[in-house]
Design a protein around this ligand. Sequence first.
Ligand code: AP5
Length: 214
Amino acid sequence: MRLILLGAPGAGKGTIAEIIRARLNIPTISTGNILREAILNRTKLGRVAKPYIDAGKLVPDNVIIELIKNRLSEADCKNGFILDGVPRTAAQAAALDEIGLNIDAVLMVEASDEVIERRLSGRRVCKCCGATYHLKNKPPRKENQCDSCGGALVRRADDTPEIIRDRLKVYHDKTKPLIEYYSNKDILLTVDGQKNIEETKDHVFSVLGIMERL
Ligand code: AP5
């Protein structure tokens, strides 16, 4: 299955990607995670991306398009993939079309700005492996410690109220128009992102026509 997850920052794209990945065993390609890892490792890509991410702005299209083309050419994408956070602009969507990806479905995750602000202010991520938690909705078993690798949990640098507002504005200006783009291609499916995580899991599987217990 070849899927795109579309939606505002904090709508729950990463959480849904993890649910689908665990069920279908296909890789998630999150441009945000790739860029944050590059920043952590101080690579050339990381140096280019850092000022944009810190300011809540989009990294330039040419950088993202090259990154995603390279990643999609890797062997693990042969049997399907989940694109999380890409495309985010008309130019990125056109570039994916040029590669001829034959996307099966675009899941549009809907959540209000109020829900998003609550989710992002309570989000914590593992410093080592990037796993995502929420102080109330998805707490770790031990306070401030990642369940998977034991790493310390921190707040993402772009999860401050001012940067969240900037990221939401960028989403409304640049990414929201893609809803119409994919709706016109007749591959857009809508997911109610405001349900709790367990309900969201059932909802996503039902929207995709996946039976949970085969
Ligand atoms: P990126 O990392 O992609 O961030 P984003 O799109 O802003 O999305 P988030 O990761 O913040 O949220 P999410 O929707 O995945 O929500 P999550 O599941 O974590 O991008 C970061 C930056 O990188 C961008 O600003 C840009 O600079 C750059 N970038 C990345 N891709 C780019 C591109 N293609 N082009 C240009 N620049 C790019 O959930 C949020 C919280 O809510 C968590 O704590 C979670 O536990 C909780 N939660 C999730 N679902 C539920 C639920 N159903 N109920 C209760 N709680 C929930």
